[in-house]
Every structure is written in structure tokens, then in C-alpha cells.
Design a protein around this ligand. Sequence first.
Ligand SMILES: Cc1cc2nc3c(=O)[nH]c(=O)nc-3n(C[C@H](O)[C@H](O)[C@H](O)COP(=O)(O)OP(=O)(O)OC[C@H]3O[C@@H](n4cnc5c(N)ncnc54)[C@H](O)[C@@H]3O)c2cc1C
Length: 277
Amino acid sequence: MTALLATSDPVLLEFAELVRTEGKVAVEGNRTRWDVGGMLDAEARVLSAPEGIVDYKPDEMTAVVRAGTTVAELHAALAEKGQRSALPERGGTVGGALAVGESDFRSLGRGLIRTCLLQIRYVSAEGRIISSGGPTVKNVSGFDLPRLMVGSLGTLGLMAEAIIRTNPIPPASQWLSAPGVPTRVVADAVLAPSSLYEHEGTTWVQIEGHAADVTAEIAVLKNSGDFDEVDAPDETQRPAPAPKIAVDAVVSALNDQIKRNFDPDGRLNPGRDVLAA
Ligand SMILES: Cc1cc2nc3c(=O)[nH]c(=O)nc-3n(C[C@H](O)[C@H](O)[C@H](O)COP(=O)(O)OP(=O)(O)OC[C@H]3O[C@@H](n4cnc5c(N)ncnc54)[C@H](O)[C@@H]3O)c2cc1C
């Protein structure tokens, strides 16, 4: 379901006022991925998205959060109820994480960033608040705009508020690593690792779940390679972002068409190119 001006929240209405109806404009989060997709046009006004957790329903596993809230703040609130989300927590904001659209390196356990966004409220190039998606699957009809906004680098709309799906923090968790074990071998051996990747010759695995299951999975893993229990990987041991792939000319043309439909005058986050990200 997509609706125009679907809010009476004065905070969101004030954000829409700031975006105005003309002139180049961008939103900054914490600038941890600021130059992804190209440098911002120097003429653009730079705004901050509204902040704050508006509503959190642990039983329904949904949180309504304004886009300028840091992912760390959201996750701290969720952790009090034993929950987390698929948003990557690397110093940025909810809006920034959604705009960049990279999934967390533990996405096997936490879910993909694209699927954790249930509803988005954004300010369009015409300065209107658009609300799309809904807190339950049944509310969603028509094109899935929330998923289109993920990874759009703020070029289609400036995100103001999101409903994020939450999920439980498993009671037990353990990282293991081993030199040179093919990830395929691990995937075949253990039931559902929360993270699995190879980095500079080392294979990293995170096992999560109930304590007894984690213990059993660790035993299976140790039978399939020279695995040791280790601390969580630090920044230097995490996987690098996926390499860029060549974009088909037809896809590129379609992309331009979508951008023109959302933002005919090129006022939203000018200078960013999602295909260059
Ligand atoms: C060392 C390091 C490693 C990282 N590794 C990962 C990783 O592995 N996986 C991962 O997913 N992320 C990673 N990140 C990035 C992190 O996830 C950021 O939280 C997030 O992606 C960007 O958030 P930000 O608030 O800093 O956005 P910014 O850098 O401020 O903005 C990024 C882009 O989003 C746009 N934008 C920001 N807010 C909005 C909004 N409300 N509406 C529309 N557009 C908006 C900006 O205009 C800009 O184009 C890493 C960051 C660092 C510093």
C-alpha cells in the first residue's frame, strides 16, 4: 500500500518542509559511507533525517524508527528485549544503512537488509511524504517500494522513518576459524551458520542457537576441518564488500528511467550513481 502525506507526525512534516519542493538536496547520516556512488554535488543542501525510536513492539517483532537514529541506538533498545535486526551496526544511521543497502556480514543469521524493511516513509522530489509498505505482510500491495529504496543512495527519496522487522538474539553464539577449509564444506557440514566466509585464506564461521545445538554444531565443525573457537573477527578480518559487476545496458537504461520518474529534475542526492556504488 502506498499513500501520499500519510502522516500527521509534526517531526516528519517539518522534515518535508526542510526538503522543500525545489533545489538540490541530500541527507547525511554519520558519513561512514558518504562517498559511495560518487561525490555529492557541491550545490546540494545537506540535511539530517529526524531521529528517535517512535514505537517498538517486541511481541510483533517490529520497530518504528526515524531514519536519523543510529543503528547502535536502535540495537541497544532491541537488546533490552532480547532482539536485534538485520541492519549492519558499523557506526551509521538507519537511513544511511538502508540507503547504502549492504547487508551485514552475519546476514545468514540476521537476515538481509532488504527484507528487514517493512515500511518506509520518505520525502519525494515534490516534497511530499510517501508511505509505502506496512508492518504486516498482508498490508503490502502494489510495487514493493521499500525494497526499491534499499540501496538507492537517497536518489529516489529522502528517508524519514522506517518500520524494521526485528528478530531474537539467540541464547548462545560462537565464532570459529580454520585455515583453508572451503566454505562449501562448512555449508554442507553445519545446519545453519549465522555467518560463513573466507578471508585471506582463513574460513570464518559463526554458530548461533540454543547452547546444546551450538555445542553439537561445534563438534561437527571440528570434524570437518582444523577449527578453533575464537573471538568475533575484528574490522581487518571481515569480508570486503562484494566486487562491482558490469551492468547490462538495458538495466542501466531502466535505472535511468526509474530515476527520472521519481526525481525528474535530479534534485535528490545529486552526484550519486547507484550503478557506480
Ligand atoms: C569500517 C566500516 C566498515 C563497514 N562495513 C560495513 C559492512 O560490512 N556492511 C555494511 O552494510 N555497512 C558497512 N559499513 C557502513 C555502515 O553500515 C553504515 O552504517 C551505513 O551503511 C551508512 O550509514 P551512515 O549513516 O554513515 O550514512 P552516510 O555515510 O552519511 O550516507 C551514505 C549515503 O546514504 C545517504 N543517506 C543517508 N541517510 C539518508 C536518508 N535518511 N535518506 C536518504 N538517503 C540517505 C547519503 O546521502 C549517502 O549517499 C561500514 C562502515 C565502516 C566505517
